[in-house]
Design a protein around this ligand. Structure first.
Ligand code: FMN
Length: 206
């Protein structure tokens, strides 16, 4: 039995979002094929996933200097707790599915914040004299991203998500792009349908 972690980086559901529509198709197929697997979702918008800011960085310094977690201000404990929970959840997962729209040539800020939460020296990577070492075994991940234009993997979001996850030892299994609906609105339905078919194929092999 595998534990699959789904990172939902979109504020809408499949009725409004082509990213999430494709994700839903992926998960339906995956669950049907792997009924015993546990699928856990983290909805970055619904949970108001926090960003790395000055108070959190200052608190890291305090913890390193011996301050107890419970002596940190309550609001800092809350956001740091979300970061810590995300890290533990990521480490415990056997496989990952990340779904986000392209926004302004990049990923939503909340997804960047989640990547900040899981990229922790000593936990998911470490530094050595000869460079960095990824600490996680090869966790396969699937990246689903919708974009208004066509990029075919040559966009910053796709390349960043792959680089950031592989930095920690994860390994991209597939990228499913739902691309071109805004540039070719008359083809939008076919583009989404084709992405859903691709999602079924990838899910049945994942
Ligand atoms: C705030 C915002 C920024 C966007 N920026 C881009 C962009 O830089 N390039 C692009 O091709 N499409 C861009 N789009 C279009 C979306 O990527 C496209 O509509 C995609 O389908 C969004 O995913 P969704 O259908 O899951 O919401 C943007 C859309 C929004 C709302």
């Amino acid at each position: 039995m595998s534990k699959v972690l789904v990172i939902k980086a979109h504020p809408f559901n499949g009725d409004k979002s082509r990213t999430i529509k494709t994700l839903d198709t992926f998960l339906e197929t995956y669950q049907a094929k792997n009924p015993d697997d546990e699928i856990e979702s983290l909805d970055l918008f619904a949970t108001n996933f926090p960003e790395l800011d000055g108070s959190m960085m200052a608190a890291w310094g305090q913890l390193a200097n011996g301050t107890a977690f419970t002596d940190l201000p309550a609001d800092v404990q809350k956001v740091m707790g979300q970061f810590n929970d995300a890290l533990a959840q990521f480490k415990a997962a056997d496989k990952l599915v990340i779904a986000n729209p392209m926004w302004n040539l990049s990923i939503p800020a909340q997804l960047k914040s989640w990547i900040d939460a899981i990229t922790v020296v000593g936990e998911t990577f470490r530094y050595t004299a000869t460079g960095h070492v990824a600490l996680l075994p090869e966790k396969p991940f699937v990246h689903i991203q919708a974009a208004g234009g066509k990029y075919e993997g040559q966009d910053l979001g796709t390349q960043y998500v792959q680089a950031a996850l592989e930095y920690l030892g994860a390994k991209r299994f597939a990228k499913i792009g739902v691309e071109g609906m805004d540039h070719f609105p008359d083809q939008a339905d076919q583009i989404v349908a084709a992405a859903q078919e691709e999602a079924k194929t990838v899910a049945s092999k994942f």
